[in-house]
Design a protein around this ligand. Sequence first.
Ligand SMILES: Cc1ncc(COP(=O)(O)O)c(C=O)c1O
Length: 446
Amino acid sequence: MAADKQIEETIRAISAKDTSAAGAYHALSGDARKKVLGALSADGLKTLTRLIKDAKKKSFAAANKRFLEIASGAVQTPVYLLDETLIEENMRIMQYIKDRTGCKILHALKAYASFATFPMMSRYLDGTCASGLNEARLGHEEFKKEVHTFGVAYREKEFRQILKHSDSIIFNSFYQLRKYGKTARKSGVEIGVRINPGHTEVTTDMYNPCAAHSRLGIVYDTFSEEFPKYTNMVDGFHFHAMCEQNSDVLERILKSFEKLYGPYIKGLKWVNFGGGHHITSDDYDLERLIKLINAFKKKYGVQVYLEPGEASVLNAGVLISSVLDIVKNEAEIAIIDASAETHMPDVLLMPYRPHIMKSAQPNEKKHTYRIAGPSCLAGDVMGDYSFDQPLKRGDKLVFTDMALYSIVKSTTFNGINLPDIATIRDGGKVEVVKRFGYKDYKNRQS
Ligand SMILES: Cc1ncc(COP(=O)(O)O)c(C=O)c1O
């Protein structure tokens, strides 16, 4: 179909609230999408947002069936199974935010670094954000777009290498800016400072970048005293103050940020709103995010960056494991080939109870089991779950939402092997992209 005709058809589908409109919009080129957005009224834009969210929800519901089908087949366990089509659904939401606001979105490598899916992700996003040399290098080599590095404190022997792989470097203190700023300038890398925006609503201190005594981000008192000496050395401000939160929280953070730091933004090139935006969750208010970014850009005339990690792969991967044995100690305990301690450490750290497909809370269904890992750690337990049928040795269990902060955090503690990493591409084909073994364990010991 000719481009103009495609644009017309898409606008018509949106106006008719036709469910095909989301797919039609995503299939357009960047210029054509711009034309569609330009032609829509405020109500039309809201309709498009809703249609895009509904389409995404539908794809994810269909994929849950696919995960179960694959688990019931001959797949070797344990395995992290990443569904590239679902990651792409998440990417489309990000692209839509970019289309509506002109902001740039970076993927935070700390949450997910399985580069097998980077060629697809890099078609949508502007680059990656890194926490140090290894992530900066991976982003540069595999994502091949912008790299923005924030390190809590840089090591002298790594700094030049980090610059080689980065487009911007963000400092956590004025000492670090003084020490490394000139070198960064000379190499043409942009410079930012991370500040504490003065507001946070994260309730778990372990995950709260702005908790009392946090080392993450320069506090306002220090900033206001020191920043005037460095204005011509700084291109941007960075803050990160959220965790799995909605745009109403961002609105309150921005209010505090603007009150404290607004007077210093003039002359900067960019402001980075960090990560923790749960952009791709069903209840996320996209319209509010779009409104906030557009208002900020209009007021300050700077480029806005977001750097979510979790949202890129939210609900797009599972960990499939097999029941190895069932033992009894008053309760029935199923021992599986995946470990909470080594394969999903956030389960113990946060802590939280991961969801297992086709299971319910203990005693809600007929057969209740404690699900536990194979390591020696007494607390290597995912939780208590109930099932319609009794569990048998060899049964597969599918843990949902395991692409994020799991593969990147896994360990070989206790000599336990790392799970395979496999992808589903083109809506069905499973490809094992990485298999680990004894060498990976041995290489980490001396
Ligand atoms: C500086 C920074 N940026 C981005 C992120 C990504 O956050 P999330 O994965 O919650 O979106 C984090 C997470 O800790 C972070 O510390």
